[in-house]
Design a protein around this ligand. Structure first.
Ligand SMILES: NC(=O)c1ccc[n+]([C@@H]2O[C@H](COP(=O)([O-])OP(=O)(O)OC[C@H]3O[C@@H](n4cnc5c(N)ncnc54)[C@H](OP(=O)(O)O)[C@@H]3O)[C@@H](O)[C@H]2O)c1
Length: 214
C-alpha cells in the first residue's frame, strides 16, 4: 500500500462524472492514478473553473465505463437515488475502499454495506459544484473540508494516502471521524424540503452528466 513520497501513486476510480465527480477528478488527476467512470464516457477533457471569475481549466482524464479491478479506492459521486444501482459498476474492484460522497440515509447505507461490508466509508464533500454553461463551476468553502468516516483498521493506510492526495491538490480534509455517517444523514434530512422544493418550483437542472456536457 503506497504511503511515502516515492511509493507508486494510489489507484483511484471516481464513479459519476457529474458536477462533483468532475471537480474531484480534475484535481486528483495530478496526484493519483485516476480513472473516471461514466455510463457513457464522454472522452473529452473536463472543463472546471472556480466560481466568481476563476479561470476555466481543461483537464484530460482517462475515462472508462467500468471500475478497474485493481482500483484501491473508489470515490462514489452519483446521486442518492443511483447509489444502489451503482453497486454493479463497483463490482470488479472487490478489494477497493469505497468512499461515498453520495449522501446516504441509514437504510440505503445499510443496503450498500450489506454488499461492501467494512469497505464502505461515508464522506461529506468539501466542494460545492454546479453546471455553468459549458463548464463546471465550484468552490471549496474554508469551513467545509472533505470529511470521511472512520475506516476499518485494515483500510486506514489507503484512506490516509487518499486524504494526503486531496490535501496535495488543494482540496482540504480533516482526520476521519466516526460521527460522519450520522452527520451526513442529519444533513440530508435537514435539507430534504429544499432538495424536493427546488425542482418542484421549476428551477432548471444543474446536473453535469456527460450527455448534458456535450
Ligand atoms: N454538486 C455538489 O455541490 C454536491 C455537494 C455535496 C454532495 N453532493 C452529492 O454528490 C452526488 C453527486 O452530485 P452531482 O452534483 O455531481 O450530481 P450529478 O451532476 O447528477 O452527477 C451524478 C453523475 O453520476 C452518474 N452516474 C450515475 N450512476 C452511475 C453509474 N452506475 N456509473 C457511472 N456513472 C453513474 C450520472 O450519470 P447520468 O447522468 O447518466 O445519470 C451523473 O453523471 C449527489 O449525491 C449529491 O447529493 C453534491
Amino acid at each position: 500500500m503506497p504511503t511515502g513520497p516515492s511509493s507508486p501513486p494510489l489507484r483511484v476510480s471516481i464513479v459519476g462524472a457529474g458536477c462533483l465527480g468532475s471537480v474531484y477528478a480534475a484535481h486528483l488527476a495530478e496526484a493519483v492514478e485516476l480513472t473516471l467512470v461514466a455510463r457513457e464516457p464522454a472522452g473529452g477533457p473536463l472543463r472546471v473553473g472556480r466560481d466568481l471569475g476563476g479561470e476555466v481549466r481543461e483537464v484530460t482524464v482517462p475515462w472508462t465505463s467500468a471500475v478497474p479491478a485493481d482500483a484501491e479506492l473508489v470515490l462514489l459521486a452519483v446521486r442518492s437515488d443511483q447509489a444502489e444501482a451503482a453497486l454493479a459498476t463497483l463490482a470488479p474492484a472487490r478489494d477497493a475502499v469505497v468512499v461515498s460522497l453520495t449522501p446516504l440515509l441509514p437504510p440505503t447505507r445499510a443496503r450498500l454495506a450489506a454488499t461492501l461490508g467494512d469497505r464502505l466509508v461515508s464522506a461529506m464533500a468539501g466542494v460545492i459544484a454546479y453546471r455553468k454553461g459549458s463548464h463546471v463551476a465550484y468552490y471549496t468553502p474554508r469551513s467545509l473540508p472533505t470529511r470521511l468516516g472512520l475506516p476499518a483498521e485494515r483500510h486506514a493506510a489507503v484512506v490516509r494516502a487518499f486524504l494526503a492526495a486531496l490535501d496535495r491538490v488543494g482540496l482540504p480534509t480533516t482526520a476521519p471521524h466516526a460521527e460522519v455517517p450520522g452527520i451526513v444523514a442529519a444533513t440530508v434530512v435537514a435539507l430534504l424540503p429544499i432538495l424536493l422544493g427546488v425542482p418542484a418550483a421549476g428551477a432548471r437542472s444543474t446536473r453535469c452528466s456527460p450527455t448534458s456536457r456535450r
